[in-house]
Write a protein that binds this ligand. Structure first.
Ligand code: 5AD
Ligand code: FES
Length: 344
């Protein structure tokens, strides 16, 4: 079957087909329409909200692309107290959020006991909510403990599935093998797992992206987060170009066709690259948005990349703004937890 024929439905794609799709724009309309059809088949017009709480920007790592890397001495560091975190959840719950994503740099000053306490207190206060952790690479035992404390989901992007590329993005102290180990441990424990990668990160080739897709097929994640690389002025990658909008959108569509039931966010990075980036992402197959619930006083400090949006707004404003965007393109916010649909 021709590529155009395949794109009419959920599909698997060969390496050659993927390369052709990713490198040309001639299929863009077909891709978008088919991806949207597949997304509507499983999710209708629903868009899931995840309330993002960026609770610490301390990080022991030194990823070359990231603005909160340990060696960035210009980054003003902060940690939220447990009470501040609970306050964000209370506010989020009142605004209708039913998922809280606790995201942070790899900050070992929160012990496993602290993380477990935070998770179980949030679950006790809001039994109707899901808690997602996004706190990086930890031991299997730590992941087991957080799961026992009530954590439902875990986000850990693999960043790139190509060994050589991984070394170009990270210092020698980090390894792709450990990253993968974490992801498979998380799945085995029973989390709903999210992985993903940046589009247009320095040195990325189409072949790297194809490897990323193949890795995702082996992991079978419930959530897949991709967003454009955006350079940060105080990192070793400050002079690299940002990722490309159309390639990111094309990839969202390809992922929707290949992973029909996945939860795919229209990311903040996509909204930073283009004023309508998140709406475009939703129209190309994404079905999740992650408004910021962090205190306004700390938002600017969680600067993974330059000019990150949503750093000046109150949580309610951010949610209203996104709700307007979602409604403007004919979709609607879903009010339930939005668990992953079981993979067939
Ligand atoms: N541009 C875009 N995304 C970035 N991330 C980190 N730094 C950047 C950047 N400069 C992404 C990584 C990480 C997620 C939390 O943010 O993929 O996993
Ligand atoms: Fe945060 Fe628009 S979504 S201000």
């Amino acid at each position: 079957m021709s590529i155009a024929g395949k794109l009419k439905t959920e599909c698997d794609l060969s390496d050659i087909e993927l390369k052709e799709l990713l490198e040309t724009d001639i299929y863009d309309d077909k891709l978008k329409i088919s991806a949207d059809k597949v997304r509507q088949k499983f999710y209708g017009k629903d868009v899931y909200l995840r309330g993002l709480i960026e609770f610490t920007n301390f990080c022991k790592n030194n990823c070359f692309y990231c603005g909160i890397r340990a060696d960035n001495k210009k980054c003003e560091r902060y940690r939220l107290s447990k009470e501040e975190i609970y306050g964000c959840c209370r506010e989020g719950h009142e605004l209708g959020f039913r998922t809280f994503v606790l995201q942070g740099g790899e900050d070992l000053s929160y012990s496993d006991k602290d993380i477990c306490e935070i998770v179980s207190n949030i679950k006790a206060a809001h039994p109707d909510c899901a808690v997602t952790l996004s706190i990086g690479e930890r031991s299997k035992q730590s992941y087991i403990d957080y799961f026992s404390a009530g954590a439902d989901r875990y986000l850990l992007r693999h960043e790139t599935a190509n060994e050589v590329h991984y070394k170009q993005l990270h210092p020698g102290s980090m390894s792709l093998d450990n990253r993968k180990r974490c992801l498979f441990d998380l799945k085995e424990i029973g989390y709903q797992v999210g992985s993903g990668f940046m589009v247009g990160s320095p040195f990325q080739t189409t072949e790297c992206i194809i490897e990323d897709i193949r890795f995702l097929q082996s992991l079978k994640p419930d959530m897949i987060g991709i967003g454009p690389f955006i350079s940060h002025k105080d990192t070793p990658f400050k002079n690299f170009e940002n990722g490309n909008l159309n390639l990111t959108l094309r990839l969202i569509s390809v992922l929707r066709l290949m992973f029909p039931k996945a939860l795919i966010p229209a990311t903040t990075a996509l909204g930073t690259l283009h004023p309508q980036g998140r709406e475009l992402g939703l129209l190309c197959g994404a079905n999740v948005v992650m408004p910021n619930l962090s205190p306004v006083s700390t938002r600017k400090k969680y600067e993974l990349y330059d000019n990150k949006i949503c750093t000046g707004e109150e949580s309610a404003q951010c949610k209203d703004c996104l709700e307007r965007k979602i409604n403007s393109i004919g979709y609607k916010i879903a009010t339930d937890r939005g668990d992953a649909k079981t993979l067939s």
